[in-house]
Design a protein around this ligand. Structure first.
Ligand code: TTP
Ligand code: MG
Length: 354
């Protein structure tokens, strides 16, 4: 039986600050830009749960946060501190499973299939991990456990802070049904709005919608969303994707403004990066092109897909779209490049999902 765990630290930056300044404990704490008595610019990176009671949240403008709670403790981020804490935490977490995958500074997946026999044992295992983290780092985390990464990730967010949420396979549908579609990975405000026009607001409504309707409306992404609504997701927990990008660039023999030559070279570079991609069995989401003009002015432009792919045509279509504005520039080009990034490694079962 596959059992996946997702761990996410609670109000990470704020919790680290509270640990370092015990005198601010219990007060609302906001980490982010300087509010300058209400005239500041920038946003809140995060805030502790006390500050959340005032309606403050990540990415809110710092002036708005200040308005909601002027007496909060406002601190500028100390990234070095967060990064060293994160490194120590990850070391602890990684001692609990052979297969782990860190996804951000404060979260990671663990494949604990070979550590526990069932979901009850998984819950006990989660409690053990939480205890060690509390003892060694005096920090809280929340843990989600499920049959794949999608379910584990949604679950870890359900009982924050300091919670554990266990979703065995037989409970996946009931667990997902009442949740808003936004809980699914990749569904942001735009897709949410489009789904609302089809009267789809909950994951149950998304599941009940015919896959064909979603395919017609959203293309491959629609099919993928439907699979998520059914609770299907990846079980690949791997740190293997160390490489962040695969890129190639070439300088023209002579600076040029000839669109055909430019696109032709970009296509050749696309073939080259694609060969490397398939060699590594990677799937990408982001294509970036680099353009350097004769005066050395260098520009990059990127586009991303919702779903990771290894299709060369996607690279070429992105090139066509991204290069277009540069072809109208008066200047000649000296160099072009193509870069792929945002990698995943899909399992064969997931490829069938799309
Ligand atoms: P999150 O895990 O999203 O948030 P959190 O840990 O602060 O709170 P929660 O208890 O809900 O998990 O992000 C981890 C850290 O990343 C967060 O402490 C600060 C940083 N961050 C930003 O800098 N900007 C952002 O918009 C978000 C969401 C997070
Ligand atoms: Mg967190």
């Amino acid at each position: 039986m596959v059992i996946i765990m997702h761990i996410d630290m609670d109000c990470f930056f704020a919790a680290v600050e509270e640990k370092h300044n015990p005198e601010i404990k219990g007060k609302p704490v906001v980490i982010g830009a300087d509010p300058k008595n209400g005239a500041g610019r920038g946003v809140a990176a995060t805030c502790n749960y006390k500050a959340r009671e005032f309606g403050i949240h990540s990415a809110m403008s710092i002036t708005q946060a200040y308005k909601r709670c002027p007496t909060a403790v406002f601190l500028q981020p100390n990234f070095k501190r967060y990064s060293s804490t994160s490194q120590r935490l990850m070391k602890i977490f990684k001692s609990f499973a052979e297969k782990t995958q860190q996804v951000s500074i404060d979260e990671l997946y663990l494949d604990i299939s070979n550590k526990v026999q069932n979901y009850q044992e998984a819950k006990n295992y989660a409690n053990r991990i939480k205890k060690v983290v509390k003892k060694k780092e005096q920090l809280n985390c929340s843990i989600g456990i499920g049959p794949n990464k999608l379910i584990a990730k949604i679950a870890s967010d359900m009982n924050k802070p300091d919670g554990i949420t266990v979703v065995p396979p037989e409970e996946v549908h009931n667990f997902l049904s009442p949740l808003p579609v936004r809980k699914l990975i990749g569904i942001g405000p735009k897709t949410e709005q489009k789904l609302a026009t089809l009267n789809i607001r909950t994951i149950e409504q998304l599941r009940r919608c015919s896959k064909q309707t979603l395919l017609n409306r959203f293309g491959v992404w629609g099919g993928y969303m439907h699979n998520m609504a059914l609770g299907k997701g990846s079980t690949a927990v791997s740190n293997y994707l160390k490489r962040k990008s695969i890129g190639k660039q070439r300088t023209f023999d002579e600076d040029t403004k000839n669109s055909e030559d430019i696109v032709q070279l970009l296509y050749t570079l696309a073939e080259m990066v694609h060969a490397k991609l398939t060699e590594r069995k990677f799937y990408f989401k982001t294509v970036t092109i680099v353009v350097r003009f004769a005066d050395f002015d260098t520009r990059t432009s990127a586009s991303s897909t919702h779903i990771a792919t290894n299709n060369i045509n996607v690279i070429k279509e992105s090139i066509n779209k991204l290069i277009h504005p540069y072809l109208h520039d008066q200047r000649k080009m000296r160099l072009v490049g193509v870069r792929l990034s945002n990698f995943t490694q899909k399992q064969p079962e997931q490829m069938l999902l799309c």
